[in-house]
Write a protein that binds this ligand. Structure first.
Ligand SMILES: Cc1cc2nc3c(=O)[nH]c(=O)nc-3n(C[C@H](O)[C@H](O)[C@H](O)COP(=O)(O)OP(=O)(O)OC[C@H]3O[C@@H](n4cnc5c(N)ncnc54)[C@H](O)[C@@H]3O)c2cc1C
Length: 81
């Protein structure tokens, strides 16, 4: 097996900025999908697309894999709605 480098980003879990008027969030890649939704829920928003893994999956993993779930047909795969 060739040499390799493992980059672990799971400790990068900060939500840096939530911009509700522009429906934009700036987050570190290790933050969970559910944590973003919890942050925007008081503003009556959610982080789509609502995969079943949202309690554990990271935003970095979401961006890499573009999950889709029941809300994706109406929201697209990655917006704050
Ligand atoms: C129980 C369960 C339910 C699920 N439900 C759904 C569902 O309803 N709908 C759906 O579409 N999918 C679903 N999925 C799959 C879902 O797409 C992934 O769980 C999630 O999007 C990937 O995020 P993760 O943090 O788990 O990534 P990981 O599994 O950790 O990584 C996935 C890939 O992304 C890469 N990656 C991770 N972080 C980064 C980063 N920061 N930069 C670059 N690459 C990175 C990894 O190297 C790997 O190749 C489910 C999975 C599980 C286990």
């Amino acid at each position: 097996m060739a040499d390799g480098v493992l980059i672990v980003l799971t400790r990068m879990r900060r939500i840096l900025e939530i911009d509700i008027p522009n429906r934009r969030a700036v987050v570190e890649p290790g933050v969970t999908h559910l944590a973003v939704t919890a942050e925007v829920l008081p503003h009556r928003h959610q982080y789509a697309p609502d995969p079943s893994s949202q309690m554990v999956c990271s935003i970095g993993g979401n961006v890499a894999e573009t999950p889709a779930a029941r809300t994706a047909s109406s929201t697209g795969s990655r917006p704050i709605t």
